[in-house]
Write a protein that binds this ligand. Structure first.
Ligand code: HEC
Length: 121
């Protein structure tokens, strides 16, 4: 009798566990991955969320000679992704830093994406 009780409890535990897993899987479908962890965002979505407001299509709506196009970047001494990541974190001139929005490593992810896109300009 006691033994049976135990196995019943175990079964309940297992189905509860299965239910939780199922619940998590359903959540994963309902909410986009970015709601779970900012680190999962790729460079493009980070850029869209935090940079494109002013840097539409890699331009600059405020300072026209400070775009994200390769020629401007190079002229302004930004000839590698790390230099861009630094600006993404801490800002430059009148631009604010976005460190607290980009999440851990987000500065490098978005900077690498910008650098790659800049090679096409
Ligand atoms: C609110 C508008 C705004 C947003 C949002 C913004 N920037 Fe800027 N950005 C500027 C301005 C203005 C400058 C020029 C700053 C200056 O020199 O005074 C600039 C300059 C830059 C430069 C230097 C470009 C050059 O050619 O010298 C880089 C790189 C840059 N931004 C990257 C980013 C990244 C990465 C993000 C997103 C994380 C971002 N910016 C978001 C306004 C913005």
């Amino acid at each position: 009798m006691l033994k049976k009780d135990h196995s019943n409890k175990f079964k309940i535990f297992v189905s509860l566990f299965e239910f939780i897993i199922l619940f998590l899987v359903i959540c994963e479908f309902c909410f986009p991955i970015q709601a779970w962890s900012i680190n999962n965002q790729d460079g493009k979505s980070l850029f869209t969320n935090y940079c494109s407001g002013c840097h539409i299509n890699g331009g600059n709506i405020i300072r026209r000679n400070k775009t994200l196009k390769l020629s401007d970047l190079k002229r302004n001494g930004l000839d590698n992704p790390d230099a861009i990541a630094e600006i993404a974190r801490n800002g430059i001139g009148i631009m604010n830093g976005y460190e607290k929005f980009l999440g851990e490593g987000g500065d490098k992810i978005v900077a690498n994406w910008i650098w790659e896109e800049a090679q096409k300009t």
